[in-house]
Write a protein that binds this ligand. Structure first.
Ligand code: NAP
Ligand code: G4F
Length: 374
């Protein structure tokens, strides 16, 4: 039985990767941070399974800023594969926490690689969660493994260090270490302050009358958004490729935040009309499609406490506002990846397209808001 060690196991990707590796027959070890409240929500379904917890899945306290802890864990677990997913992963927050972000996202990667050398794990394979944020102010469209980097945030710069230290330790010490340069990937488990989840959660709440508006920043930023579980399968394929190499995982398509917002509300039967410009721009209700609304009201039958509030959603009502606090000091305007290398060498390809992604996220949030009030 192969052993995998996952940092960031409590995050969106960590939870999907755990499921995928358990299914493939791995023994999975995850590193969790001490927190003043529970941070294992995304793993609860595995945590509560007596056949899995402490039989196939083991959780250990740890932190990427604690070198001696990483050494001890590697000595104890002796993993075959390490997936380094832990990070301060929020780009906007990295402007507030630049030093911490560098410590975790940049130096954290170095600490791990050095711990591998220190403990003498000769055969271990190491996956680094690199990011399309490395491309930042893009030097080429679309972006591939050979596109020059130009990061635009302390997060992007910290991850750039992580990227190059992987390349350097691979070349200098022969460690099997690979970068997955992943473009944005989303899911119902996405952190709630990332724009996709923020929009789908807010739209569901607006539909049931629990929230009036959602405040967003730059509506015109373009992202290459895919479905997270497919990207986690890609991580495994990267580490199980015949040699350590770096791969872009992306859909090859790009959409604006505005399009994501429009499609989310359209799934609820609500068409948006944009009026005004810059920070004065607002999204108004243009119309409500009652056929879609009826389907959703049927879906709503399981809920005793919340009812759709379409009656209050009158044309003209403002549902989207702009809050400049969400603007980035330096923005990444356009990301679109070229996944040709991964498609050819790893036989990896995205399956879930943009409308399907929006649909599965809004359906999940609607379900949560109706059954649990969120
Ligand atoms: P996420 O949901 O924000 O999860 C981040 C994980 O890192 C959480 O488990 C978090 O623990 C843990 N963590 C944070 N600081 C830590 C520290 N000092 N020591 C140990 N653990 C720490 O992120 P994600 O979306 O799953 O992304 C996974 C990785 O891929 C990240 O490295 C991210 O930067 C990178 N990435 C993500 C995307 C994307 O679109 N999702 C794209 C490219 C690259 P808590 O639960 O305790 O906070
Ligand atoms: O959802 P976001 O915060 O994701 P961002 O900045 O692209 O970063 C994510 O993807 C990266 C891969 O490219 C990962 F490395 C990183 O860890 C993270 O997972 O913002 C997406 C876009 C940005 O252009 C932002 O300015 O949405 C724009 N946006 C507009 N209004 C907003 C908002 N972003 C957030 N978070 N909140 C808003 O209200």
């Amino acid at each position: 039985m192969k052993k995998a060690l996952i940092t960031g196991v409590t995050g969106q990707d960590g939870s999907y990767l755990t499921e995928i590796l358990l299914q493939k027959g791995y023994e999975v070890h995850g590193i969790i941070r001490r927190s003043s409240s529970f941070n294992t929500g995304r793993l609860d379904h595995l945590y509560s399974d007596k056949e899995i917890l402490n039989k196939k899945m083991f959780l250990h306290y740890g932190d990427l800023v604690d070198t001696s802890n990483l050494n001890r864990l590697l000595e104890k677990i002796e993993p075959d594969e390490i997936y380094n997913l832990a990070a301060q992963s929020h780009v906007k927050v990295s402007f507030e926490l630049p030093d911490y972000t560098a410590q975790v996202d940049g130096l954290g990667t170095l600490r791990f690689l050095d711990a591998i050398r220190e403990v003498g794990l000769k055969k271990v394979k190491f996956y680094q969660a690199s990011t399309s944020e490395l491309f930042g102010k893009v030097q080429e469209i679309p972006q591939s493994e050979t596109t020059p980097f130009y990061p635009r945030s302390p997060y992007g710069v910290a991850k750039l260090y992580g990227y190059w230290i992987i390349v350097n330790y691979r070349e200098a010490y022969g460690i099997f270490a690979s970068n997955g340069i992943l473009f944005n990937h989303e899911s119902p488990r996405r952190g709630e302050t990332f724009v996709t989840k923020k929009i789908t959660r807010a739209a569901a709440s607006i539909a049931v009358g629990k929230q009036k508006t959602v405040s967003l920043g730059n509506l015109d930023a373009k992202r290459d958004w895919g479905y997270a579980p497919e990207y986690c399968e890609g991580m495994w394929r990267i580490l199980n490729y015949e040699k350590a190499e770096d791969f872009v995982l992306a859909t090859g398509k790009t959409h604006t935040v505005r399009e994501f917002t429009e499609l989310t509300f359209r799934e609820l039967g609500i068409e948006i009309d944009w009026k005004g410009s810059k920070e004065n721009e607002k999204g108004h209700i243009k119309s409500v499609d009652w056929d879609i609304a009826k389907t959703l009201i049927d879906f709503d039958k399981k809920s005793a406490s919340y009812k759709f509030n379409f009656i209050n959603l009158k044309p003209g009502t403002v549902i989207v506002e702009i809050d400049p606090n969400y603007y980035r000091l330096t923005e990444v305007d356009l990301l679109i990846g070229n996944p040709a290398k991964a498609e050819k060498l790893l036989k990896w390809k995205t399956k879930t397209d943009f409308p399907e992604l929006v649909k599965l996220m809004i359906r999940s949030d609607l379900d949560k808001v109706l059954t649990r009030g969120y």
